[in-house]
Design a binder for this molecule. Sequence first.
Ligand code: ADP
Ligand code: ADP
Length: 238
Amino acid sequence: MTLDVTDLQKTYPTGDEALKGVDLSIGGSETTAMIGPSGAGKSTFIRCINRLTEPTEGSIELDGTDLTALDDDGLREARRDIGMIFQEYNLVERLTVMENVLTGRLGYVSGWQAFRRSFPPDDVERAYEILERVGLGDMENKRVDELSGGQRQRVGIARAVIQQPTILLVDEPTSSLDPETSNTVMRLLTEIAAEREIPVLINIHEVDLATEYADRIVGLHDGEVVFDGPPDDLRDGA
Ligand code: ADP
Ligand code: ADP
């Protein structure tokens, strides 16, 4: 799987130029951390890739398919391949861990629709395996509003992974977590990239976590890439 982003620009209706022509290719089972101060454009970048935000200019190719050219049906199809993990988890509080994970099988729809559906036994079986993998093996019947932040984020990861995505996009996964839990979540994400042989792009403002866990660092500043290389080069240059 490769993602090729070319000349991505986003100007919001407010006039904010969040992205000023970003080029980025990721692939393999590499973990890429996108770092940069608040307002650099990291979140806009990830949101443009699956078109939660409409880019102003540029192309976004997932294995050769230009996502910017897709109609609604095409986009729905393409989004099944893109696993998204959010800072604030975006889980359905009143549903259980298992129900939240299973919503991942439906792509981007509300959890309530999932609640009313019954799922094939294979999906449930796979959900158990993934919950085990993320360390929530005995928590499937807990309601999400009973969980800690770290546990919620692991539910978010499980929900993305059950989609069997070909790429994972992760927006500030550790912002709401304490340092120890942040390390656990970062380690889990990099391990999943390796095990599933998919690229993972993680927006993160904590440089230490980025350099410790990522294979590659992309530095974004004012909507432009100002660094792209291995963590060691960043440490040497800093
Ligand atoms: P980061 O994720 O690096 O903090 P963002 O992508 O959230 O950066 O924001 C980049 C720039 O775009 C900022 O100047 C921000 O104020 C602006 N921005 C983000 N979202 C919107 C929006 N919905 N409307 C207008 N401006 C926005
Ligand atoms: P904002 O632009 O102020 O962040 P939104 O309502 O667009 O507000 O998004 C709120 C959060 O929900 C964001 O983290 C966004 O990435 C996420 N989000 C938006 N649309 C969807 C969707 N269809 N499915 C899942 N998460 C979404």
